[in-house]
Design a protein around this ligand. Structure first.
Ligand code: ATP
Ligand code: SF4
Ligand code: MG
Length: 344
């Protein structure tokens, strides 16, 4: 059973000042969903998450399955059920999208768009891809012929071969890789400033994955897009992200510059994650699987949720919840003993 709602969660950390160029600031975000045990309570699946997405940058969001990555992204784009976001703020260009009267419609789907792991879930099966992309472009009242040209151009930029022919295809007529590209074209049609990419390539084979990631990177650079990249793949995150946010059981364990954080973690959970992946481990000879099972939000251990799995855990960790603090300039950790982890 989840904890009761309180105004703000303990591990939100102080909301960082709005740095110049911060496009999106997530501050103490809380998401609660109906518990699946039928008892009528709620489960806090995101518990006080705070981080910034600077304009034009890539932020990698990592953590084991069930840590709340998708729920965080869905909260940003506004696709959670009504009432699920119960706390915190989502400040977009200085405006809190959670406040009544905020211009959510304009922002979400236009300025912020999302690509999903499964394009079939995002694409309309009964409309051709050309029609779907065109519908977004038509909202601006452009003439038909111009919309058609823009659709072809977008599909072309998303790497769809023969875009003039393919625009007449229905989603089920395309391969997985092409569908993913069609969804990227759809996401770009609103000319967003932030792209949320939730495991955009995991369903694809490795060569297609690499191509799609390269494509996303080049589109991002060309358009100055910011990207929140949710990924299981630490290698991908180490390669493409500027900043990384590490989530555990609905909370942020650690955040900071991606390469530095993954090379020299300030939280035992990040350290364990990194050690579990052969290509990004730095100091252990062999990949070490993470010990124990991930905590679930419905059954989150008290105080530091990571304590049952943490090699550094001691009494304090079982009674006092760690508060996120800046352990080095630009680096935040929610571990009582972050300095020990850094010095190891
Ligand atoms: N309808 C729901 N009611 C209650 N809990 C839910 C519901 N849907 C999801 N959850 C829980 O919310 C938690 C966060 O889920 P989320 O999908 O954000 O995880 P994730 O980090 O994206 O995981 P993955 O890497 O597997 O995609 C999970 O523990 C999940 O069990
Ligand atoms: S607070 Fe304690 S249990 Fe939690 S990560 Fe740090 S050392 Fe481990
Ligand atoms: Mg997910």
């Amino acid at each position: 059973m989840g904890e009761r709602v309180t105004a703000r969660s303990h591990d939100a950390g102080p909301a960082s000042p709005e740095p110049d160029g911060s496009l999106l600031r997530i501050g103490g975000l809380v998401v609660e969903l109906p518990a699946q045990d039928g008892a009528g309570g709620t489960v806090r699946v995101v518990d006080g998450v705070s981080f910034d997405v600077p304009a034009g940058s890539t932020v990698g969001l990592i953590g084991e399955s069930g840590s709340g990555k998708t729920m965080t992204a869905l909260a940003v784009i506004g696709l959670l059920p009504e009432g699920a976001v119960t706390g915190g703020e989502l400040v977009w260009r200085g405006e809190d999208l959670l406040r009544p009267g905020a211009d959510r419609r304009r922002v979400r789907g236009h300025e912020i768009s999302m690509i999903f792991q499964d394009p079939l879930a995002a694409l309309n099966p009964s409309l051709t891809i050309g029609r779907q992309v065109g519908e977004i472009l038509r909202r601006d009242g452009r003439p038909r012929a111009e919309v058609r040209r823009a659709v072809i151009d977008l599909l072309d930029r998303a790497g769809v071969p023969d875009p003039a022919g393919r625009m007449r295809s229905y989603p089920h007529e395309l391969s997985g890789g092409l569908r993913q590209r069609a969804m990227i074209a759809l996401a770009l049609a609103g000319d967003p400033s932030l792209l949320l990419a939730d495991e955009p390539t995991t369903a694809l084979d490795v060569t297609v994955q690499a191509r799609i990631l390269r494509l996303l990177r080049s589109i991002q650079q060309e358009r100055g897009l910011a990207m929140l990249l949710v990924s299981h793949d630490l290698r991908v995150v180490a390669h493409v992200a500027d900043q990384v946010v590490v989530m555990y059981a609905g909370r942020v364990a650690e955040r900071g510059p991606a390469s530095e954080t993954l090379r020299r973690p300030a939280h035992p959970y990040t350290r364990a994650l990194v050690a579990s992946v052969p290509a990004v481990r730095t100091r252990t000879a062999l990949a070490a699987p993470l010990p124990g099972a991930p905590a679930t939000p419905a059954n989150r251990p008290a105080a530091c949720a990571f304590h049952p799995r943490c090699p550094l855990a001691r009494d304090r960790c079982r009674v006092e919840a760690p508060v996120a603090r800046e352990v080095e300039p630009g680096r935040w950790s929610a571990c009582h003993f972050a300095e020990e982890v850094l010095d190891r």
